[in-house]
Design a binder for this molecule. Structure first.
Ligand SMILES: C[S@@+](CC[C@H](N)C(=O)[O-])C[C@H]1O[C@@H](n2cnc3c(N)ncnc32)[C@H](O)[C@@H]1O
Length: 448
């Protein structure tokens, strides 16, 4: 496992000191070191788990060393995080967690630093996880909850507010815990392009609980599946499938309808909506600000019948002509605080000030979408964030009429509207639905 530990170390160092993204970097590190099977699994769990839990591990390092972890050399701090994760979360025997950590620090920073690592790791391994939580995160204060579940305090506050507004006060710990469990791999069987039952046979998975297109995989490498290689299926969160399909289900599709995806990169929803548009003889324009992401939309929609999807590179705050579209999906750039389980480092990278840029952008995109809607047209405002400033507050500022999105979600999922909260919007929750915490509001432009 020592090469696996080295890979995890390289990944955590690059992510925490050079701004790398774990999910982009890890596959190339595994390939370079030719790690497969159990070794690859160990390296990935060690790196991703450490990146998620580093807030808690800093609190433990501080207690065990008597020093502010930010004052330690990054190599030492990262090695200690990795050592603590092995001890507390991976059932690595204490002597191995200590020895591996000390050797790592000796290699990276020399003998002196390794003595410090040795002393700290010995103290760390004197307690198990519960005992450490009792020391560094006891009580119910927001700070204790944030430390226990390893989230920044401001994120906990935003999530508490969003839960309370949605009738789920007191559930923040369950939500934070769900952010610390990796998402199951879920595929979308794009309707009309591949049959879901056939995909289940091919992939060995099972039908998803909510989306009629979802296939949940037991694990494995989805990229190896023929349907994924062809683009008739793809990895997509089940919540994303449901909220996108809800726009199509909101009312019967008339042939010739014009649909728009105003923020389409990398194209997951555009491909699902493109498949549904093809089925209803509608067309879809997909707009994306960045050229490289517009290229991803092209790739994502490659299996949709030709002529249905047209891709445009442009700024969604100004793009397009008045009153052109019958249905618009605005899957707005957002903080992503509803999808923290997918990107282990993102909770630490996001800052509260990000909302100061995102919210005005979301409002400008919504204002333009409103202009682009034809009278009687429908708009789905979607975020993978439950933060109130990015969801309800943005929607509250529009003159469009808010429909009861629960009806469409119930139609897509074969459930009852009452299951989806108080309405009129729908807020999915990771700890309740097992999906990303997606927000959906359905808005209608008054007819002539
Ligand atoms: C949440 S993502 C959309 C995800 C996409 N709908 C999917 O399901 O794959 C938001 C996208 O909006 C793009 N974006 C940001 N600002 C934009 C703007 N002013 N106009 C159009 N697209 C923008 C981002 O580059 C990003 O690709």
């Amino acid at each position: 496992m020592s090469r696996a530990r080295d890979v995890a170390y390289d990944c955590v160092m690059a992510v925490s000191t050079e701004g790398a993204y774990a999910n982009l970097l890890m596959p190339s590190l595994l390939e370079r070191m030719r790690l497969e099977g159990r070794d690859a699994g160990f390296a990935t769990e060690l790196a991703y788990g450490t990146l998620r839990m580093r807030g808690l591990y800093d609190a433990i390092v501080e207690k065990a060393s008597g020093r502010d972890p930010r004052d330690l050399d990054p190599e030492v701090r990262v090695s200690l995080w990795l050592g603590i994760h092995q001890h507390l979360a991976m059932r690595v025997p204490p002597h191995a967690a200590v020895n591996e950590t000390v050797s790592q620090v000796r290699r990276e920073r020399g003998q002196g630093a390794s003595k410090l690592a040795n002393a700290v790791m010995r103290r760390v391994t004197e307690r198990d996880a519960d005992a450490w939580l009792a020391v560094v995160a006891s009580g119910d204060s927001r700070q204790a909850v944030a430390t226990r579940h390893s989230h920044p305090e401001w994120v906990v506050r935003e999530l508490e507010d969003a839960l309370a507004a949605d009738g789920h006060s007191g559930e923040v710990s369950a939500l934070l815990e769900s952010d610390n469990s990796p998402a199951r791999v879920t595929l979308v069987a794009r309707p009309g392009l591949v049959d879901r039952e056939e995909l289940i046979q091919q992939a060995g998975g099972e039908a998803g609980e909510y989306s009629p297109y979802a296939v949940v995989l037991p694990g494995g490498r989805p990229g190896d599946l023929e349907a994924v290689a062809e683009g008739t299926a793809a990895v997509q969160d089940e919540g994303s499938q449901v909220v996108a399909a809800a726009l199509a289900a909101a009312q019967p599709v008339e042939p010739g309808e014009r649909w728009l995806d105003l923020c389409s990169g990398p194209g997951g929803k555009a491909a699902l909506l493109g498949a549904l548009a093809a089925d209803g003889a509608a067309t879809l324009d997909a707009v994306e600000l960045h050229q490289h992401r517009a290229d991803l939309v092209r790739r994502s929609t490659r299996a949709v019948p030709e002529g249905v999807v047209t891709i445009h590179t442009g700024d969604g705050t100004t793009w397009g002509d008045d009153g052109t579209y019958d249905r618009i999906v605005l899957d707005a750039p957002c903080s992503g605080l509803g999808a923290l389980r997918r990107r282990p480092e993102s909770r630490w990278r996001r800052q509260p000030e990000d909302l100061d840029e995102l919210v005005p952008l979301q409002k400008a995109l919504l204002a333009n979408a409103e202009r682009l809607l034809a009278p009687g047209g429908l708009l789905a405002y979607i975020t993978c964030s439950p933060v109130l400033a990015e969801t309800r507050d943005v929607v509250a500022g529009t003159t469009l009429r808010q429909l009861d999105a629960r009806d469409s979600v119930a139609a897509v999922t074969g459930t009852t509207p009452r299951m989806w909260g108080e309405g009129p919007h729908v807020q999915l929750w990771t700890h309740i639905h097992g999906t990303d915490s997606m927000f959906l509001a359905l808005l209608e432009k008054p007819g002539v």
